[in-house]
Design a protein around this ligand. Structure first.
Ligand code: GLU
Length: 299
């Protein structure tokens, strides 16, 4: 697969060079406003846009998870790996920024809006559900994937069969993460607030399930599948999906041009998107195929 990508890149590079060196004029995908415009290969970004600034700087700061197998997991290599990381690389690549010039910033659920608002990152790609409350503070490009909330329990647990069984089992503690949609959504299914245990990141919930401090972990199905696949048969998913979680790319509020650029980039790179999915979260047993959803209008 790597060889194929390399060949595709080389072919694209040759074409780009041919375009620049020969009679053919490069075909900018956005309007060239003159001297102050910034070029990435044949692409020219309008001066003053986030794209022009980032491509000129040649580097980008991206917020993602460091503890979620299949999406953003930091291993011994030092850089996080997973679907969110690959999606982010597709966008950075369209700005002319290669992997080495991406600064990855660990962004647990609770801090996502604030790191965008404070300019600590240029974008957040972190299993980030698009919703109205968050959209009051930041903007979302995408969605680029639609997940749904589910429950994960020990493989030998037959009491918990879905969210409706939680009230009847008040001693079964349910773990989720502060500032996440699943932590809010689950509340109506619980016997009392004390049934809910909250950590800052999901791998602490998985550890607590392993050691028997909690009996249930709840978040998006695809995040849970990653933990199941790493559990040596000790964890399983139970019950159906009971919410819809469309994943968006968080950017500063009001940056409609950047939002549209991201959506267009994903639409133009469906092959890379499919490859990103099948080599990461999509390679886990039980994962469905991913299909790039229709983007929501950029507000
Ligand atoms: N997609 C949900 C959310 O954005 C849960 C996953 C997460 O916490 O990152 O809150």
């Amino acid at each position: 697969m790597r060889a194929k990508t390399l060949i595709a890149l080389l072919a694209a590079g040759t074409l780009a060079l041919a375009g620049c060196g020969g009679d053919a004029t490069p075909d900018p995908t956005t309007v060239d406003t003159g001297d102050s415009a910034t070029s990435v290969g044949p692409t020219t970004f309008e001066a003053g846009t986030t794209m022009a600034e980032l491509s000129k700087a040649g580097k980008i700061k991206i917020g993602t998870k460091f503890d979620q197998p299949g999406f953003g997991l930091k291993g011994l290599s030092g850089d996080p790996e997973g679907f969110d990381v690959e999606v982010a690389k597709i966008i950075a690549g369209a700005l002319g920024i290669e992997g080495d010039n991406i600064e990855w910033v660990e962004t647990p659920s609770k801090v996502r809006e604030e790191v965008i608002e404070q300019g600590k990152v240029d974008m957040v790609v972190a299993t980030y559900t698009i919703n109205e409350k968050r959209a009051e503070r930041i903007a979302f490009a995408g969605p680029y994937y639609i997940a749904g909330q589910q429950l994960m329990v020990a493989a030998d647990d037959d009491k918990i069969t879905g969210p409706e069984s939680l009230k009847d089992n008040p001693d079964s503690k349910v773990c989720s993460v502060v500032g996440s949609t699943p932590a809010e959504n689950i509340k109506e299914y619980l016997a009392s607030d004390s049934q809910l245990v909250l950590f800052d990141v999901y791998d602490k919930c998985a550890d607590a399930l392993r050691t028997g401090q909690v009996q249930v972990v709840t978040t998006d199905n695809v995040i849970l599948l990653g933990f199941v696949s790493e559990s040596d048969g000790k964890f399983k998913l139970t019950g159906d999906l009971f919410t819809e979680e469309p994943y968006g790319i968080g950017i500063p509020k009001g940056d409609t041009t950047f939002c549209e650029f991201i959506n267009q980039t994903l639409a133009d790179n469906e092959d890379a998107y499919n490859e990103a999915w099948s080599s990461t979260a999509g390679s886990v047993e039980g994962a469905a195929d991913a299909k790039l959803p229709e983007p929501a209008p950029c507000a």
